[in-house]
Design a protein around this ligand. Structure first.
Ligand code: SAH
Length: 387
């Protein structure tokens, strides 16, 4: 059955039901279903993507993100051409098939410079290249594709437009909505990934169910989601109380000041049973449901999932629908500076250690380390239909 057929199997009501289910016995059914579909559709290989956080310089002021322009705290950095190329070479040496080059929206990097690095990386390593550099022009996306980039990741963060606009202050360049950009990326030939954060203040359970439904409508090749993790130096991070032991955020009743802030920014103010709350099951529900709505997509067990549960998060993600992990290869001296949220998992593991640990975990699960590009079957099917 193709993705279209499977997608119709999951209704809004079912997704909504599972999101709100907290009985661990019943949730076992969801985990098992997702794992079975994962095995059937994308197999036992777990693909490793080497993540290179190439710059934390950002022009945007997203209300949740620790590297937002308005945060004076982090020291800003940008990898040199040589550092980026060296990191790509290290990825090749460690047997990665793909690197992900991610950054803030750093307009100080010229599009042509990025194209040059892509060409050099391709020439020297033949790695598959995923970009995650935010919103840019069609000309830039085309330039990078022609230079050799293969994939693009751009989360739409939430399908609730009021909430999206509230937490993403406008910027003086308008490339259309993220959904329009995703459509463009797909049309020009990228393998396209997107996703959302789960538990954004002002995000309702119905919003999140609609987000997950829309993964199927967007026919995504890759789906990366994670829990919202409050960053204390951001406006949204200050809305929720953070449990210092678990790191979980508790959306208690808002103080009058917080309420006023939400009203000013047009962040929906929700009753506590409507607001998505981040608990230990939420990230896995989102992964499992993503697998059920998009059976052939590549789905990572993301760093944010591992941050919430450093001991088991990554493994549980892999056994509840995910088939990709993204170990961090950013040069050590920059790690602390790319703090989009606090206490990022495995921030201080050396690339060699991170890689060895990933391989160990995959083997422990009885799975195998994917070799080569690990293109999503969803993209391969899509391509074969159009050509
Ligand atoms: N500038 C790029 C990359 C952003 S970082 C872009 O805009 O696409 C990658 C992802 O980190 C974001 O898309 C967002 O979903 C996630 N993120 C940022 N801040 C976060 C937070 N406080 N908690 C959880 N995830 C966060």
């Amino acid at each position: 059955m193709d993705q279209q057929g499977e997608k119709q199997k999951m209704t809004f009501d079912e997704i909504f039901y599972w999101l709100r289910e907290n009985d661990s016995k019943k949730l076992e059914v969801l985990w098992q279903k997702a794992d079975a579909v994962r095995q059937d559709r994308v197999g036992d290989a777990v693909y490793l993507r080497g993540l290179i956080e190439t710059s934390n310089i950002c022009r945007r002021n997203c209300l949740y993100c620790g590297i937002r322009a308005g945060n004076q705290q982090p020291e800003r950095y940008r990898l040199s051409f040589a550092e980026l190329l060296d990191t790509a070479r290290l990825a090749k040496k460690l047997n990665y098939g793909t690197i992900v080059i991610q950054s803030g929206e750093d307009w100080g990097i010229d599009a042509e410079d990025i194209a040059n690095v892509i060409r050099q990386i391709k020439k020297n390593t033949e790695l598959t290249i995923t970009l995650s550099l935010g919103e840019r022009s069609e000309a830039d996306y085309r330039l990078w594709l022609e230079a050799g980039a293969n994939r693009y990741l751009l989360r739409f963060e939430t399908s609730n437009l009021q909430l999206f606009n509230a937490i993403h202050p406008p910027f003086n360049r308008d490339f259309g909505s993220r959904l329009e950009i995703l459509q463009l990326l797909r049309e020009i030939g990228y393998e396209v990934g997107s996703g959302v954060m789960a538990g954004i203040p002002g995000q309702s359970w119905a919003d999140l169910a609609r987000d997950i439904r829309s993964f199927a409508e967007l026919d995504l090749d890759m789906i990366g989601c994670g829990p919202f993790l409050p960053h204390p130096q951001t406006p949204l991070g200050q809305l929720f109380e953070i449990d210092s032991k678990t790191g979980l955020s508790k959306p208690g009743p808002l103080t009058p000041k917080q309420k006023q802030f939400c009203e000013q920014c047009k962040i929906p103010i929700l009753a506590s049973d409507e607001q998505v709350t981040v608990d230990e099951n939420l990230p896995f529900k989102v992964i499992a449901l993503s697998r059920l709505v998009c059976p052939s997509a590549n789905i990572p067990s993301t760093t944010a999932v591992a941050t919430l549960d450093p001991d088991r998060g990554r493994l549980l993600g892999l056994s509840r629908g995910a088939n990709v992990i993204m170990p961090n290869l950013t040069p050590m001296k920059y790690r602390k500076m790319y703090e989009i949220y606090p206490n990022k998992a495995a921030s201080f593991e050396l690339p060699e250690e991170t890689h060895a640990e990933a391989v160990r975990q995959i083997t422990e699960l009885g799975r195998i380390v994917g070799q080569g590009a690990g293109t999503s079957p969803q993209f391969v099917n899509r391509r074969s239909k159009t050509s």
